[in-house]
Design a protein. Structure first.
Length: 354
């Protein structure tokens, strides 16, 4: 009799499962005017299973979409949401994006799709070159070089505009040894354009993750003749030559949660949370770099940055909430040797009250 009861218990438990059912899996924004700003889509879902549902991640396919979702456990019969905020800034034409939703449901992975058409804003000179540096106007404060393998030499360019009434000479100084830069042409007439061209040698930089450097544009401008231009790059391992076997044996970083809601804290308190992860791959996992996006945060690694198969690691973020009130978010930028997640962002968010 005891054996029969045990078998029945096992059978009942085996049948318990969460089932995630969305009211829709696709959203068509239609026409979006760039000047109107971000557009929101909400996907509502219900747990139609008989076990507690936990949505662990809702990862957008690109940086133009930010996501939010129900992070608390969802009981059978209860509902939750996944929200997608699309930013049309500097976009044009039709688009199709996606959000990968991962949960503990019977079908753990579901892809939501987003599509629409961005009607671009008619750009003025101020829109195209919003950064003013003396007589020079620039489209941004510097160069942003994304996802550069550490074996690569990357080239990029920036168009600048002389808004002054006198010609300007263009040359460079104070640039790193792994960067070369030139202007084309080397002088720029009034109300004319020129290009700044750079070559970034990642093999000589010798770092990982998000790194920043500056170059100095030297001009004969009457105001601010020497103009600082930033170069921000994201450097990672080169996975392009991995064989199929090497990819199968590669490390795989899996976080318990890479988006943590700390709830509510009072202004002046220290908020501190830990992101736990496991190496589910076969080779050694290496955390190349883990840095906060903002300087008011402290990030620490608990233990080694080399994680063997099935071993766990911890990355802790803390920040002081003094002088802060309202909704707050802090992030950690993590670089790894996992080919599928070589660069990822951990999010800590919540509300600060007085």
């Amino acid at each position: 009799m005891l054996l029969l009861l045990s078998l029945l218990t096992i059978s009942v438990n085996a049948q318990k499962k969460a089932i995630l059912k969305f009211d829709k899996v696709a959203n068509d924004y239609g026409k979006i005017n760039e000047e109107n700003g971000k557009a929101l889509a909400t996907f509502t879902f219900t747990n139609v299973g008989n076990d507690t549902l936990r949505v662990q991640e809702a990862k957008p396919s690109c940086g133009c979409i930010s996501s939010d979702w129900t992070m608390t456990p969802i009981a059978p019969g209860q509902t939750g949401y996944v929200k997608a905020l699309y930013n049309p800034y500097h976009m044009s034409g039709t688009f199709e994006k996606s959000i990968w939703v991962h949960s503990n449901a019977a079908i753990p992975d579901i892809t939501l799709t987003l599509k629409g058409e961005v009607i671009p804003k008619v750009k003025t000179l101020q829109d195209s070159f919003p950064i003013v540096n003396g007589s020079i106007r620039m489209p941004g404060k510097g160069f942003f070089l994304r996802n550069i393998p550490n074996t690569q030499i990357k080239k990029d360019s920036m168009l600048i505009y002389n808004a002054g009434d006198a010609p300007l000479s263009l040359s460079f100084k104070d640039y790193p040894s792994f960067v070369t830069c030139k202007a084309k042409p080397t002088s720029i007439g009034p109300k004319q354009h020129a290009k700044i061209l750079i070559t970034y040698d990642a093999t000589k930089k010798g770092e990982y993750g998000v790194v920043s450097d500056t170059i100095t544009l030297v001009t004969n401008d009457a105001t601010e003749p020497n103009k600082k231009i930033s170069i921000t790059a994201t450097l990672m391992d080169d996975f392009s030559k991995l064989t199929e076997t090497q990819r199968e044996n590669a490390p795989k970083i899996v976080f318990t949660a890479d988006n943590i809601d700390f709830g509510t804290a009072k202004s002046g308190e220290i908020v501190k949370r830990t992101f736990e992860f496991t190496n589910k791959g076969k080779d050694m996992l290496i955390i190349r770099k883990a840095t906060p996006y903002r300087s008011d945060c402290k990030v620490t690694m608990d233990g080694s940055d080399h994680i063997a198969t099935d071993q766990t690691g911890k990355i802790t973020l803390e920040f002081n909430t003094a002088t802060i009130v309202g909704d707050e978010k802090r992030t950690i930028m993590v670089t790894t040797n996992d080919p599928t997640r070589s660069f990822l962002i951990l999010i800590l968010k919540g509300k600060i009250t007085q």
